[in-house]
Design a protein around this ligand. Structure first.
Ligand code: HEM
Length: 149
């Protein structure tokens, strides 16, 4: 079986789960700050699910990077040549490096939020790191590709 189309479609669909999961996790904690609410199991689960979805997307993305014909094509004449062409640079470098940085920031935010004891600090750390991560993700999704497989 050729796993490339399957993984590419999964990666495409999972984008929406990541975006919705991020939006939900951030909204929960923004409301928590606004209403000075405790950090409950609900926030904890929404944050954990968001981070889990990011990790799944990262794993699939890493596999895709090694099996994708699009990446092969972008790198056909070497990294130096790819860097000179915006479309090739996007596929070979910008998408994956930005997404990895975003997911590391999201993971750091989750860890710092878990470490804090005060509910407001937990909410605040999550909101700050998750929001920066989400902005980075939104900035480097290939929106010119199909929105659904
Ligand atoms: C939350 C993070 C990410 C989102 C939302 C995301 C989203 C997407 C989307 C929508 C596509 C286009 C799929 C299609 O053409 O049907 C794509 C392609 C791709 N992504 Fe990601 N991605 C993420 C993270 C990553 C990471 C971390 C990597 C690598 C480590 C990666 C590697 C790739 C590759 C190699 C392709 C091109 C595959 C191809 O056209 O052959 N992605 N991504």
């Amino acid at each position: 079986m050729n796993s490339y189309p399957f993984l590419l479609n999964l990666h495409n669909i999972l984008r929406w789960a990541v975006l919705l999961g991020g939006l939900y996790a951030i909204t929960k904690s923004v409301l928590g700050i606004m209403h000075k609410r405790a950090y409950t199991k609900q926030e904890n689960i929404s944050h954990a699910v968001f981070v889990g979805l990011c990790h799944a997307q990262l794993l699939i993305g890493l596999i895709l990077y090694f099996i994708s014909p699009a990446v092969d094509e972008a790198l056909a004449n070497g990294m130096g040549a790819a860097m000179k062409v915006p479309e090739l640079r996007f596929v070979a470098v910008e998408h994956i490096s930005t997404m990895i940085i975003a997911i590391v920031l999201i993971q750091v935010g989750r860890s710092l939020s878990k470490k804090a004891t005060d509910a407001m600090v937990k909410h605040r750390r999550a909101v700050i790191f998750f929001s920066i991560g989400m902005l980075l993700i939104l900035s480097r999704i290939p929106w010119n590709k199909a929105l659904w497989p």
